[in-house]
Design a protein. Sequence first.
Lengths: 112, 115
Amino acid sequence: NAGVTQTPKFQVLKTGQSMTLQCAQDMNHEYMSWYRQDPGMGLRLIHYSVGAGITDQGEVPNGYNVSRSTTEDFPLRLLSAAPSQTSVYFCASSSRGPTEAFFGQGTRLTVV
Amino acid sequence: GENVEQHPSTLSVQEGDSAVIKCTYSDSASNYFPWYKQELGKRPQLIIDIRSNVGEKKDQRIAVTLNKTAKHFSLHITETQPEDSAVYFCAAEGGGGTSYGKLTFGQGTILTVHP
């Protein structure tokens, strides 16, 4: 049982490049979400999904896109990377609840 | 939307002492309050949680209290050990409908336990 798996673990992008952070879970959880973690600011919600085909914006959605075509996968797309998007990104999933959220191992993204 | 404030931002204690971290929330509809521990370079992991129909919950050296009227909740760690050193986050979720699956986190507390 792998839990929540994120790829890649590290990434360096140039300003203006696009990329997709991958997130997959094998626990059949309905809820999935993306957070970014910056020093002194805790974790802030970017986008979330309560099921396949349903997504909504969180606190800091600008510059990011998501889709949820399957229960297992919830990719996060950076459309045109900016230095302000340098951060650690965590994907999380949870079952219908509210109940415990399980986090992926994180992706450390640097935009230069 | 929900807003969660967490204090203190740093906490330094001697091994064996108790540590208390406090959080306040703004949305009275929130009904689930987890606490996460994050070690350096690792993912956040749940250590304890409490639901709005419970006032206190304990798990060995860790306890959480909730005051719904005042909209605050606290984490208590007794007999602290050096391995308790980490960043601790409180969070709030709930309120029904589209609020499920959305955690709002506090800013975090860096706990250092000195041997």
